[in-house]
Design a protein around this ligand. Structure first.
Ligand code: GLU
Length: 512
């Protein structure tokens, strides 16, 4: 029988969750669902110096907003808890000691001054990347260079120490990445990473491998920035004796800035004119605020669809997918190797597509709430017509009201630039006659009637309608562009249109 697929998202609570992290979570979620497996979340908070209050709640809320919550997590523990590494602290030491015993790790007593001195020595000798490694460790203070008695004595006196992995010299380490294929690295390029810190906390590398093993993780799907660590992780699985159950790795392509120049970073938030975080975030230390996709008006299903395509594609032309369809279509093999440029225009496009097909009452709810917030009441019998009229023109729910406010509230000011070009004697003539026509009209008034009456008025006046059309729009809406004008007239009704025209006629001055 095949093993149950178990994947995890393992964020560190060091600030707002970056959009790249959300994509990692989504791909894990999709993969788990597709394989009939489980999606877990583990908080990797071993680096207490980088802990940021509120960051964990932010992660939880972001995933909830998108509907991709894990089935096992600190908030909903399964059988492999705890799901916060800080709460698992007591378990790690035994694993580090196991490696020491097997000869794959060692104690190191070097002070920070000694480490600094080593780095300076190597830099002076023109070593490009000074490292604590298979060569330099022979000159340092560790259990490989000290006698057993010395090590014992140092332990007895309570001298601080770390535990480092003993990387072999000149060995080929290979791993078969699900996205990149075989990745091969010579161990001589790796350093003897610290596994256990002097405060008794494991480092990311140790805790991550131990936890993935104990939580029965079958696939590790994570960002490309972790690829350089993967050979070390492979060695750790081997040294622990867990090579047979080592998860399969899939390193996701980087998310790049819109111009393709470098990684899209947390610091890019708002600087580039769009959010890089799912939700609004205020840094608790600096008070700095960053905007989120949710608060900007992105719909969760549209945002998910957009995210899914940042590095993956279904292999055909389709672009619109519900979450269920994404699960169905998803495969790791179709994730690209090269970085994906972040394109906010595409995010907007997705939002527009999803808004267009939203049920009218949901759209109306956004619209009414925004109108009410500004102190306007929308006549109930007009709501649906208004929303239908503008929904094809909006990117965000808030645009529904912005685009149609002029219908509910008659303009008191007019676009001066348009007025200066278009408000001429012909326009005044046609509008004056049209107002009279409307005031005398009874019977059903729809867009077709509004248009027929306007055309016949212009004809009677001997003026080409095309020439005065923008002035007509200006008179009734206050601006030079907007949704279908005759539909607007139909919603307003004859008396309101006539009233607006009369106001414009009395307010605007004719251009020479
Ligand atoms: N804690 C790591 C991070 O913040 C997790 C990396 C991994 O998935 O192995 O990205």
């Amino acid at each position: 029988m095949n093993k149950e697929v178990r994947v995890r998202f393992a964020p560190s609570p060091t600030g707002a969750l970056h959009i790249g992290g959300v994509r990692t979570a989504l791909y894990n979620y999709l993969f788990a669902k597709k394989m009939g497996g489980k999606f877990l979340l583990r908080i990797e908070d071993t680096d207490q110096t980088r802990f940021v209050p509120g960051a964990e709640d932010y992660i939880k809320e972001s995933l909830e907003w998108l509907g991709i919550s894990p089935v096992e997590s600190p908030w909903n523990p399964g059988g492999c808890g705890p799901y916060r590494q800080s709460e698992r602290k007591p378990m790690y030491m035994q694993y580090a000691l196991d490696l020491v015993e097997k000869g794959h790790a060692y104690y190191a007593f070097d002070t920070s001054e000694e480490l600094e001195a080593m780095r300076e020595r190597l830099t002076a000798a023109r070593v490009v990347q000074p490292q604590y490694n298979s060569i330099t460790r022979t000159q340092m203070k560790n259990s490989l260079t000290l006698t057993a008695e010395e090590v014992k004595a140092r332990h007895a006196s309570g001298e601080p120490y770390v535990i480092r992995i003993k990387i072999p010299r000149n060995e080929e380490v290979r791993l078969n990445d699900m996205i990149r294929g075989w990745v091969m690295v010579n161990s001589s390029t790796l350093d003897d990473k610290v596994l256990m810190k002097s405060d008794g906390m494991p480092t990311y590398h140790l805790a991550n491998i131990v936890d993935d093993h104990l939580m029965n993780i079958t696939h590790v799907i994570r960002g490309e920035e972790w690829l350089p660590s993967a050979p070390l992780h492979v060695l750790l699985y081997r040294y622990f004796g867990w090579a047979d159950s080592m998860p399969q790795f899939a390193h996701l392509p980087l998310l790049l800035k819109p111009d393709g120049n470098g990684k899209l970073s947390k610091r890019d938030g708002d600087k580039l004119g769009f959010p890089v975080f799912p939700l609004n975030w205020t840094d608790p230390f600096t008070g700095e605020k960053s905007s989120g996709f949710r608060e900007q008006g992105y719909l969760p299903d549209a945002f998910l669809n957009f995210l899914a395509f940042l590095g993956w594609n279904p292999g055909d032309e389709r672009e619109l997918f519900t979450i269920e369809e994404l699960v169905e279509a998803f495969s790791v093999e179709r994730i690209g190797k090269s970085g994906t440029k972040f394109d906010i225009a595409k995010a907007k496009w997705y939002n527009e597509q999803y808004l267009k097909v939203k049920p009218i009452d949901e759209l109306a709810a956004f619209f009414i709430a925004d109108a009410n917030a500004e102190g306007f009441e929308v006549p109930a019998d007009k709501t649906e017509a208004i929303v239908n009229l503008v929904k094809g023109r909006v990117t965000f729910p808030a645009d529904l009201w912005k685009e149609s406010k002029f219908i509910v509230s008659a303009p008191t000011e007019f676009d001066q630039e348009i007025a200066s070009k278009k408000w001429n004697a012909d326009a005044v003539k046609v509008l004056g006659a049209y107002a009279v026509t409307l005031e005398g009209f009874s019977g059903p008034f729809d867009a077709g009637t509004a248009k027929a009456l306007l055309e016949s008025t212009a004809e009677t006046e001997g003026i080409k309608l095309g020439k005065v059309m923008q002035a007509v729009r200006l008179a009734v809406t206050g601006s030079g562009a907007g949704p279908d004008l005759m539909e607007v007239f139909a919603i307003l009704g004859t008396m309101e249109v006539a009233k607006r025209i009369r106001f414009a006629l009395s307010t605007l001055t004719v251009v020479a």
